[in-house]
Design a protein around this ligand. Sequence first.
Ligand code: IPM
Ligand code: MG
Length: 379
Amino acid sequence: MNAGTEQRSKYKIAWLPGDGIGVDVLDATKIVLEKLKLDAKYIHGDIGWEFWRTEGDALPERTVDLLKHVDAAMFGAITSKPVKAAELELIPELQGKGRIYRSPIVRMRQLFDLYVCLRPCKSYSGNPLNYREDIDLVIFRENTEDLYSGVEFNPVPAELADLLTKLSEPFGVFQDVPLNELAISSKIITKRGSERIIRAAFEFARKHGRKKVTVIHKANVVRATEGMFLDIARVVHEDFPEIELDDANVDAICMWLLKKPKNYDVMVATNRFGDIISDLAAQMVGGLGFGCSGNIGQTLAVFEPSHGSAPKYAGMYKVNPIATILSARMMLDWLGETEMGFAIERATAEVIREGKVRTYDMGGTNSTLEMGEAIATRL
Ligand code: IPM
Ligand code: MG
């Protein structure tokens, strides 16, 4: 696969299959990229559950180093478990050492400041799983802040509880709860973080001739953070007068999006709500087998399907690789190889339209690799 062992390749791409079906879907994607003859060197990186169990780190330092020296990364999927369940699976030598499992994808997003989570959801005609035809939504999810900040307490330290009692009247109702029965996860957002994701959404809308950006929030209840996000959107909008600014509460959007998907175009949200609405939107265009995604920063971007590692299908080459292949398409766009990117999209759309090659989720019997080959053949 290495396009230039002697000569330098144009791009260095970290290849991070991870766990479970992450391997299957990246293998299918490799078939497509090889056919395109992208001038790239693909470098394998260790990541995932095996490295948590045996080294106590699902994102080993050597993989972090690798990511510092590549142009982009393709990432498969990761198995995640709650803290206590994860600790039980460590090899005996590592148990009881206070190691805490942290999701490697969340860590990559934070370590490399991959602040844009870009999730296009488009219904390709002929896909039997389309909830509606003609859906073409693009979600911008803030990717580094909010409930994902990792600032959490369980139990809550006495100092913190005392301070909250002093500073926050509503905290009064929790004042008598024993500290070991109290848990706090902090929803932290910043002006800088909000501004740059909202600006990214508007810039995308301008570049692609899209008419409307909808801000998804819960400003009526979560006023400090979500209220600030909405206020910032109104200010950023002043620089994009030709684009309509719309906003909706996150709960309401779950109804409206199903009812009138065509009323929406580009959507932008804080991290947690963006996570939730992107699964909803992916389901409308065929489910997680079609949910592609990019985690994009200034100097690095990591592309991945938004599905999980589906351990029960691992290694069976049964699942749909289209989400990953469309993520590779996003990677090509990011690298500036837009023609190759477009070629992948066109070939994928053709295979879906013809309907001759379908994985099990689409009602077919073809394998993951057969889907990759079918798309590669049309390039
Ligand atoms: C996603 C996933 C991740 C998230 C998990 C795997 C940590 O759901 O990329 O949407 O919550 O961000
Ligand atoms: Mg998610």
